[in-house]
Design a protein around this ligand. Structure first.
Ligand code: FEO
Length: 394
């Protein structure tokens, strides 16, 4: 895919990675991704905003060559992570007069991570501007979306926001702009859950600051561009600020069927009491879908059998993930089955210190669950439904 013109003298020059299936060797990418880079030409200066993953350097270089770019005055690094910065050394070598612009925090990171020479870098302060002649870049420091050094770049005259990872989506598509808002909503929500949700408090502040800017186009560093910025801004407001929904995320694993029986009974008991359930079998679950479900759910229930006196490793992984992602979940508990002694309850609870949740009394069956266990599950479902009603009314 060659350069794509966005406005006169402004081009997308990035790379679409249709085939990548994992990010950080951890996060599933069912729909691939893109690394968006942008070339902005002013009447006097030319700037490249971000680069691409180093596996796709040739595509960025080919795009710049096809536009006849013989010199760059500036390269903006909104973010030091290598999927955007990894091609900087090649670009700086190709354009020896280009100055690299980034936040003061980003400067040493680019030196450490990419061995960029410090004398090629100029740090920019919050709200600093750089003139390209008839166009002006403004830099907005926005730490923790999702690293400490991140910033957003605003092209004042065109009212275009280049926010780096913020508002992005892992979506490989030949569409330059969002065309299917439903599909992009799901991809952007998943991206928010996996990448941004741990930093909700920072994001809330950044959303507030962006209210001071007129924005006609949001051009993130992953996924299609938002020609209707309100679509993604409203979605972020909702994910960050809306109260959680009347939903239980029920993440489970079962070895010999006892925990599965409990899960089936419990899910029915919740639904019968008007609570929505999103159920994930941790032996095969897509963790991106699990993360996205945690964005809105009021309650997290982990269901696990005992293994070597503790929880099943897949349940431990789910607990670690939920704790790391810091969703706005209000309640949590555990159900499951054990054969003899078990410390799974204490183990899982000890893994959730980041969640500001009320812990509800777990239900643990010894061996095959019996009538008393099913009754306890009914009581737990009733307690969850009642808690959800209480906070909805509050
Ligand atoms: Fe897309 Fe944080 O890099």
């Amino acid at each position: 895919m060659g350069p794509r013109e966005i406005r006169r003298g402004i081009h997308w020059v990035g790379a679409v990675d249709w085939d990548r299936r994992l990010f950080d060797e951890l996060i599933p990418l069912p729909d691939g991704t893109s690394y968006n880079a942008y070339l902005v030409r002013g009447s006097e200066k030319t700037v490249l905003i971000d680069t691409v993953d180093p596996t796709m350097t040739d595509l960025l270089v080919a795009n710049l060559d096809s536009l006849g770019i013989k010199a760059l005055d500036y390269v903006v690094a909104n973010h030091a992570e290598q999927d955007h910065s990894g091609t900087l050394p090649d670009i700086l070598a190709k354009y020896p007069m280009a100055k690299l612009l980034c936040t003061p925090k980003c400067q040493p990171m680019l030196v450490d991570l990419l061995a960029v020479s410090p004398d090629r870098i100029a740090a920019v302060e919050d709200h600093a501007t750089v003139s390209l002649g008839d166009r002006t870049l403004e830099f907005i420091h926005a730490p923790w979306v999702h690293w400490p050094e991140t910033m957003l770049t605003y092209l004042q005259e065109e009212k275009i926001l280049f926010p780096g990872d913020f508002f992005g989506s892992h979506l490989a598509t030949s569409d330059l702009y969002v065309t299917d808002e439903g599909a992009v909503y799901e991809a952007a929500k998943r991206y928010y859950a996996e990448i941004m949700m741990p930093f909700r408090t920072n994001i809330e502040k950044h959303l507030e600051r962006l209210k001071d800017y007129l924005i006609e186009l949001i051009a993130p560093s992953h996924g299609p561009l938002y020609s209707r910025p309100g679509f993604i801004l409203d979605a972020y407001h909702s994910w960050v600020l809306d109260p959680p929904e009347n939903t239980v995320v029920l993440a489970y694993i079962s070895m010999h069927g006892s925990t599965r029986r409990m899960v089936r009974h419990f899910a029915q008991a919740l639904v019968a009491r008007g609570v929505s359930v999103k159920q994930f079998d941790l032996s095969s679950a897509d963790i991106g879908k699990l993360a996205a479900a945690l964005v809105d759910a009021a309650t997290l229930v982990l269901a696990t059998p005992a293994v070597l006196a503790g929880a099943h490793p897949k349940a431990i992984y789910a607990a670690f993930l939920a704790n790391a992602l810091r969703p706005k979940t209000r309640f949590a508990t555990i159900i499951g089955s054990y054969g003899w002694g078990s410390r799974l309850k204490e183990q899982i609870i000890g893994m959730l210190p980041n969640l500001k949740v009320e812990l509800l009394e777990p239900v643990l069956a010894k061996g095959l669950p019996g009538e008393a266990d099913f009754q306890a599950l009914d009581n737990l479902a009733a307690a969850i439904a009642a808690r959800h009603e209480e906070f909805k009314a509050a």
